[in-house]
Design a protein around this ligand. Structure first.
Ligand code: FES
Length: 148
């Protein structure tokens, strides 16, 4: 019997945890990993992929060690942050949005809103939120991460 296309609430709850664990172990959610998770949870692979690609927490492609997600939402834009930070990071890292540095250290992404609008501009680095950013603070952060 093939899995149902619409998962139960219990399956969805388990799915989020399963995806997180698999990503922690392998770095991202490959097609093979999504297939295996769907089999384990008796869910349709398309539904698993939809959940994995909906949440910005999950990665469906390989990334650098540090994923820089710069908020480009309205508050961050109005705080004169989003464009400036993205341009700065593009130049400093010599990559475009969506790309990874050649040393596999940084991946640059943009995100619609990080729910930190009151302390914009904001950026998430892996699981850590950074708020009230300036170019100087981002520069110091990048240098610290390079030293880790
Ligand atoms: S618009 Fe940037 S955190 Fe909401």
């Amino acid at each position: 019997m093939s899995p149902k296309v619409v998962a139960t609430e219990t399956q969805r709850t388990r799915l989020l945890t399963a995806l997180y664990i698999v990503q922690e172990q392998y770095g991202y959610l490959s097609d093979e990993a999504i297939q295996r998770v769907s089999e384990r949870l008796d869910m349709h692979p398309q539904e698993v992929y939809s959940m994995a690609s909906f949440y910005s927490l999950y990665k469906t492609r390989p990334t650098g060690k540090y994923v820089l997600q710069v908020c480009e939402g309205l508050s961050c834009y109005l705080a004169d942050g989003a464009d400036r930070l993205i341009d700065y990071l593009r130049e400093k890292l010599a990559i475009e949005v969506g790309q990874t540095t050649s040393d596999d250290l940084f991946t640059l992404q943009t995100i619609p809103c990080l729910a930190a609008c009151g302390s914009s501009p904001a950026m998430r680095v892996n699981d850590t939120l950074h708020e009230n950013l300036t170019v100087e603070r981002v520069d110091a952060l990048i240098e610290r991460l390079r030293g880790d």
